[in-house]
Ligand binder design. Structure first.
Ligand SMILES: Cc1cc2nc3c(=O)[nH]c(=O)nc-3n(C[C@H](O)[C@H](O)[C@H](O)COP(=O)(O)OP(=O)(O)OC[C@H]3O[C@@H](n4cnc5c(N)ncnc54)[C@H](O)[C@@H]3O)c2cc1C
Length: 456
């Protein structure tokens, strides 16, 4: 794999547009101007400017808006989707792996891929909210890509990105929007991005593929990189959008005004990382929500339905990874005998009642369902049509379609832990299966080694 860290580069059009928008705004450009005093510490002045923008909340907000405006521009979208080109690569999804693929591909000398995103905001899972609502799992460290346990490596590293997550905050654990900003800058530099474009089907079209949408004509491409991510909440869950929310709906609520107004008793169902992030939001140990204050809105009781979690503070300390230790303190009574958090060791299925939700006879103002995901539907790209894809050295980095020029990357490739990952202890934490540190280098290696599309 080539060294993909850009020492200096010409800003692509969306980055130029972002810089111009910020520079024209005296208040938004304060961080950018201040950071120029330290530009000698950066590989290039551009990276100093982008770091300054990222570190200034208003600068970052203006920059984010500039990117959304650029990517949603109607005529630009039509020009990109209006032509069928069999020599281009299309990436489905605009998350971390789309950005890794695009950055490595371009820095390896290939043309920019076209990235298609169904949502109106590019950036994938970490961009599910515009304001910070949850923290990442791995500590914020400078350094290049590496594996868990490597103190010299950054586990939130995006190969080839104009700036890294370690540039955009010094908190012990970065927020989702810190990582989203890095992903979005990488996409802006190395991809053509079109938002609000939902891919419905992929079919064979000569040596290439036809891509079908629900609301417009098909387009052609030479290769598809399927980076759909972890998918949507399981459709079997009982979320009603008001008193029972799926995890992404809850995060969206946490990014709005007074998100916990009227919530005194809450429940969380599920024991994975999403559930832990939801519990942190209720306890007040997640990123500070916009316009929320303890004097106004405090959740007094949280029941957490899961049969996989420790129920006492001591067991929590022993069994749960460092990132989530703050939750454990709430699993014991305070000195007045009040305990806010209770783990209920059974599975639950809530029922929506008018204005509340019911679980096992208990009523709640709000219930959050964190019970797993199901991949989004695209005809022609079902998992059964893909086999593992290896590099010449035998390392499995993606999945390849059996007859279409299509590859699945990232968690969407569903690659099992390798014997080496088991030996190294990476498989000891189940959530590492989808961690960026595990999957980023695989996607980068694919992007660096695939032949030009016409030769498939
Ligand atoms: C709450 C939570 C916290 C996490 N925290 C961490 C962490 O701290 N560290 C870590 O390493 N990993 C973490 N992960 C895992 C990490 O988010 C994922 O592994 C990573 O985002 C995967 O990136 P991706 O690009 O493959 O997919 P995503 O980021 O999920 O992006 C996929 C994109 O594809 C789009 N899409 C789907 N279907 C279509 C379609 N048909 N047409 C067009 N677009 C489509 C989606 O809208 C989405 O934007 C976390 C996951 C969650 C849910």
């Amino acid at each position: 794999m080539p060294d993909t860290s850009p020492l200096s580069f010409q800003p692509a059009a969306p980055i130029e547009s972002l810089l111009a928008t910020v520079a024209l705004n005296q208040t938004a450009s304060e961080g950018m101007r201040a950071m120029m005093d330290r530009q000698s510490e950066f590989p290039s002045p551009l990276q100093a400017q982008l770091t300054g923008i990222a570190l200034d909340p208003y600068g970052r907000q203006v920059a984010d808006q500039a990117l959304d405006t650029y990517w949603s521009d109607g005529p630009r979208r039509e020009a990109l989707l209006g032509s069928s080109r069999t020599d281009r690569e299309i990436v489905i999804g605009s998350g971390f792996h789309a950005a890794v693929y695009a950055a490595t591909r371009v820095l390896s000398g290939y043309p920019k891929p076209l990235v298609l995103e169904r949502s109106d905001r590019a950036g994938g899972t970490f961009a599910m909210t515009g304001r910070p609502t949850f923290n990442l799992n791995s500590r914020n460290r400078p350094g290049s890509a590496g594996l868990a346990g490597d103190q010299g490596a950054s586990l939130n590293y995006l190969p080839g990105a104009p700036i890294q997550a370690a540039n955009v905050s010094m908190s012990e654990f970065q927020t989702n929007t810190d990582m989203a900003f890095v992903i979005r800058l990488a996409l802006a530099q190395y991809a053509d991005v079109v938002t609000s474009t939902n891919v419905r089907a992929v079919t064979q079209d000569g040596a290439g593929v036809g891509i079908d949408f629900e609301d417009r004509d098909s387009i052609g491409a030479g290769r598809v990189i399927d980076a759909r991510g972890l998918g949507d909440p399981d459709p079997q869950n009982a979320a009603n959008g008001t008193t029972i929310l799926a995890f992404p709906q809850f995060m969206q609520r946490m990014a709005t005004l007074w998100p916990l107004r009227g919530v005194r008793r809450a429940a969380v169902v599920g024991g994975g990382d999403s559930a832990k992030c939801a519990v942190e939001s209720f306890l007040g140990v997640a990123p500070q929500p916009f316009m929320a204050a303890a004097a106004l809105d405090t959740v007094e009781r949280i029941d957490w339905y899961s049969d996989q979690l420790p129920t006492t503070c001591d067991d929590w300390q022993d069994q749960i990874r460092g990132r989530y230790q703050a939750i454990g303190r709430y699993l014991r009574a305070d000195r007045f005998g009040v305990r806010r958090l209770n783990v209920v060791t059974r599975r639950a299925r809530p029922v929506a009642l008018p204005g509340m939700a019911l679980i096992d006879g208990r009523t709640y103002d709000l219930v959050i369902l964190c019970t797993g995901n199901q991949e989004t539907d695209i005809d022609g790209l079902d998992l059964a049509s893909f086999d593992e894809y290896s590099l010449p050295d035998g390392s499995v980095v993606a999945r390849q379609h059996y007859n279409l020029p299509a590859f699945r990357v990232g968690p969407h490739a569903c690659l099992p832990f390798t014997p080496r990952e088991r030996e190294d202890g990476i498989a000891d934490i189940a959530a590492n299966a989808v961690s960026m540190f595990r999957t980023a280098t695989k996607t980068a290696a694919l992007a660096a080694t695939l032949r030009p599309v016409a030769q498939d």
